[in-house]
Design a protein around this ligand. Structure first.
Ligand code: MLT
Length: 255
């Protein structure tokens, strides 16, 4: 992987292909490699897939940070690569970061992909649950989230073992940092009507973590949005239906 300092943080990223820049932001508690299955379809784009701070080979940052800080890292990465505008695609937590970037850096965004995500903030009980999980991760490690999440992420049980391994590789401090960043994220519904660029929304109808109606609601508020709903896909539609997801992102964000 390549590494650069972005927003004062060392960020590792994979870069492949050439053409319109597209940044793929992974979900929690994963890393850039979750996007690998889409790369064959995105060869005509300049694909940049970072490990977000605290994950994969990127730096683990001490102390509390926010989803906005994580968006600052991604825009800092574009600055370091001298890319003025890019398509931003976020999966779940990566979607929270994409919406934070849209709030702060709309001029840097050519188009937006929101995959299995939502604009709403956490309800109080969800927020409390995140802090309880962070405490458990502090005591027992990333195995806590690997055991809890790996069976629920994909609609295909054959993916569980690979997801578990992927989560177990993530540093506990990064997992805890992201849990608190997600717990404190603001509601982004207010910015949806202001988004002036094309937005592709993708949601698996068998998603066990974020209900598909969160995407239907976003679609009604965003002026230039398309929504792809995939019947047999779970929270990882890019694993459960890579061809459909790759085509929707390519057609909607890069043409
Ligand atoms: C994710 O997949 O990034 C997380 O499930 C998002 C969340 O916990 O809200």
């Amino acid at each position: 992987m390549q590494k650069l300092t972005a927003n004062g943080t060392q960020i590792a990223f994979e870069r492949s292909g050439s053409g319109t820049p597209i940044v793929l932001m992974h979900g929690f508690p994963l890393d850039h490699s979750m996007w690998d299955g889409l790369l064959p379809q995105l060869q005509d784009a300049d694909v940049i897939a970072p490990d977000l701070r605290g994950f994969g080979e990127s730096a683990v940052v001490d102390g509390a940070y926010s989803i906005e800080d994580m968006a600052d890292d991604v825009i800092g990465l574009l600055d370091a690569l001298k890319i003025e505008k890019a398509a931003l695609v976020g999966h779940s937590m990566g979607g929270y970061i994409a919406l934070a970037a849209a709030r702060k850096y709309a001029g840097r965004i050519a188009s937006l992909g929101l995959v299995a995500t939502q604009a709403l903030a956490d309800a109080p009980e969800r927020k409390a649950g995140r802090y309880a999980t962070a405490e458990q991760v502090g005591a027992q490690g990333s195995v806590v989230v690997a055991d809890a999440m790996a069976p629920k992420l994909s609609a295909n049980p054959e993916h569980i073992a690979r997801l578990r391994e992927l989560i177990l590789r993530q540093p506990p401090a990064g997992v805890m940092g992201a849990l608190s960043a997600m717990a404190e994220r603001p509601d982004s519904t207010g910015i949806l009507p202001t988004l002036g660029f094309p937005v592709v929304i993708v949601h698996g109808l068998a998603d066990l973590l974020i209900p598909p109606d969160r995407s239907q609601e976003m679609k009604t508020s965003i002026p230039r949005a398309t929504l792809l709903e995939i019947p047999n896909a779970g929270h990882m539609p890019m694993w459960d239906a890579p061809v459909e997801v790759g085509k929707a992102l390519k057609d909607g964000l890069l043409s």
